[in-house]
Design a protein around this ligand. Structure first.
Ligand SMILES: [Zn+2]
Length: 170
């Protein structure tokens, strides 16, 4: 199998996995989307609240690609799949980089980072882990295996693999 065909197949299966693994949770109420009252945060809330968790359009994700930290934990969990999907679909390195940084910085503070990580179900964490694996294989020119951010993010999100995960892979 050529690398290109392999990548195309894994791209499609990753997109399917993200859609399937993220729970169909209710949308956060509009007063629970952001944590701060200012023009920037209010614009983010107004732009996202029009859409369902998988339906935020690429141009909205692209415009707000660095704004995940402004969302409440509930809204982050709700909207994260749209960001993951568009990062992969549009191959936008800015969105990918911002997601890696987001998934990494959550570990700066162990307690808060782990609490955030554990707000996601095992299936959701597996999809996030698959996203990070995909980036490290498809974008290894940009993020090598020993990239500090990607390595740390993988440790956080892939380190708590469900028991039914493949044995002996780590
Ligand atoms: Zn603000």
């Amino acid at each position: 199998m050529s690398a290109q065909r392999h990548n195309r197949k894994s791209k499609e299966s990753l997109l399917e996995m993200i859609k399937a693994n993220f729970q169909d949770i209710p949308a956060p109420p509009s007063d629970k989307i952001i944590r701060h009252d200012c023009g920037e945060c209010n614009e983010l809330r107004d732009d996202l609240s029009k859409y369902g968790r998988l339906e935020v359009p690429p141009q909205v994700v692209t415009y707000h690609f660095a704004d995940l930290p402004l969302l409440s934990p509930q809204a982050r969990r709700y909207y994260l799949p749209s960001f993951l999907l568009h990062a992969i679909e549009t191959e936008n390195l800015g969105i990918i980089e911002s997601l890696i940084f987001h998934l990494y910085t959550e570990d700066f503070d162990d307690v808060a980072g782990q609490r955030y990580c554990l707000t996601f179900t095992m299936e959701e964490r597996s999809a996030i882990c698959a996203f990070l694996d995909y980036v490290s294989s498809v974008y290894n020119d940009n993020w090598s295996k020993d990239d500090e951010y990607l390595t740390q993010a993988s440790k956080t999100w892939c380190g708590r693999k469900p028991r039914w995960g493949k044995r002996g892979t780590f």
